[in-house]
Design a protein around this ligand. Structure first.
Ligand code: SF4
Ligand code: SF4
Length: 393
């Protein structure tokens, strides 16, 4: 793949209409970023434009898309539909381009991609066949942590490289105005993050002819519409098969420091997803020995705020040691129970008969490794004996 290094802002003059789509998860501030950008275009630069966002369940961790359209030529904009062909696509978390297929929807040789990632543009792994005009990368998560600001401020600063129609000063004034209800130091932090985002953006042009070479294959989800078992069977009742919440994390997850923990249990009381795995000792005291099951954790950081001894600290996802990211943690007694139950089950056999041969083996192996399916043990349940009733006539 050939890359052309650029130092200057991407030239995008004479565009009659500019469409910006932001792909994020709840809590990253994509909606606010969209509002700020639209205000800078409409109120600040006197263009015509509009903005709206679409949410999942309006909570942290759910998918969010924010759409901004503006016309430097003052053309009337009547469309309020979602943007399917963006000129600039801003992705707030690198994992979204792999975990959420539709994040790169509608990109083509005229699209600029701005990605929050610590990698350089030529290191970004894109799904096979992706076509883009330019890739811009900025490590917005690290910058936001360094300056104590939102990821959205950093990405807004970086977005200026793909929006030559908007003046930097104008966007900065709008950002300050938008955050004017925050304490002064917070406003200052967001301004610093904005400037750092602008300064630290790497830009490279994408050679569209070679776009599908040297880039990774996009793997199918374990269970999607193409490979779901016949009849749409839910193999792990009450949840997805992998029970994986990690896609909804915003780049920050709690890191557990076992040495500092006093096993008070406050974190467990606050955690909405039951991520903490406790061990009972013979005296029936419970200890937080296993730590956090990261598959369930969505990075809301509530546990961090409550921990009285700083045994939970915010960390970038990639800073968390690999051995702590094991798929599903169980206390040792539960692990033993799973092993015992697992020995005699028959359901894998039925699964084999239901699913295509090719993926059967790997799928079966994965499930065996993950042990996500726990057959309920009814052996100890004593059902009351049914009394025989006589029909007395
Ligand atoms: S709140 Fe902190 S100290 Fe208390 S159990 Fe959780 S991690 Fe340990
Ligand atoms: S960040 Fe903490 S409280 Fe939030 S889901 Fe993860 S473990 Fe639970």
């Amino acid at each position: 793949m050939m890359w052309f290094f650029k130092k200057k802002t991407i030239s995008s003059l004479n565009r009659p209409l500019v469409s910006v789509r932001m792909e994020a998860v709840g809590g990253q501030g994509a909606n606010s970023a969209g509002k700020i950008l639209a205000e800078a275009a409409v109120l600040g630069s006197h263009y015509t434009g509009n903005h709206f966002s679409s949410f999942g369940s309006e909570k942290r961790g759910s998918p969010v898309r924010s759409y901004v359209r503006f016309s430097p030529n003052h053309l009337p904009i009547r469309s309020t539909s979602s943007i399917s062909l963006p000129d600039l696509l801003i992705v707030f978390h690198e994992s979204l381009i792999h975990s959420r297929n539709e994040s790169l929807e509608g990109t083509n040789q005229t699209t600029d991609l701005l990605l929050n990632t610590p990698h350089l543009p030529n290191e970004v792994q894109l799904p096979k066949g992706t076509q883009l005009k330019n890739i811009m990368t900025v490590d917005a998560t690290s910058i936001a942590r360094r300056y104590g600001c939102g990821i959205n401020s950093v990405l807004l600063g970086a977005s200026l490289h793909g929006l030559s129609e908007i003046k930097k000063e104008q966007l900065l004034i709008t950002l300050e105005k938008f955050f004017n209800k925050l304490p002064k130091n917070k406003i200052k932090n967001n301004v610093r993050g904005f400037k750092a985002g602008y300064k630290n953006t790497e830009i490279k042009s994408f050679n569209s002819q070679q776009a599908s070479l040297e880039i990774s294959e996009h793997s199918l989800p374990h269970l999607g519409w193409l490979n779901a078992p016949i009849g749409g069977l839910v193999l792990s009742p009450g949840n997805t098969v992998l029970k994986d919440n990690s896609v909804s994390r915003t780049g920050i997850a709690p890191q557990f420091i076992p040495e500092a923990c006093c096993h008070c249990g406050f974190c467990d009381m606050l955690c909405p997803d039951y991520c903490f795995v406790w061990e009972k000792d013979p005296t029936t005291n419970t200890f937080l020995l296993q730590g956090i099951d990261y598959q369930y954790c969505k990075g809301c950081q509530k546990c961090i705020s409550i921990c009285p001894v700083e045994a939970l600290i915010p960390a970038k996802e990639e800073e968390i040691p690999k051995e702590n990211k094991k798929i599903h943690l169980f206390s040792s007694s539960t692990t033993q129970k799973i092993k015992t139950l697992w020995k005699d089950h028959h359901w894998i056999q039925s699964l084999k008969e239901l699913t295509p041969e090719g993926r059967n083996l790997s799928f079966e192996k994965k499930l065996l490794n993950l042990k996500t399916y726990l057959k309920p043990d009814y052996s100890e349940v004593k059902l009351p004996k049914q009394k025989k009733t006589l029909n007395k006539k």
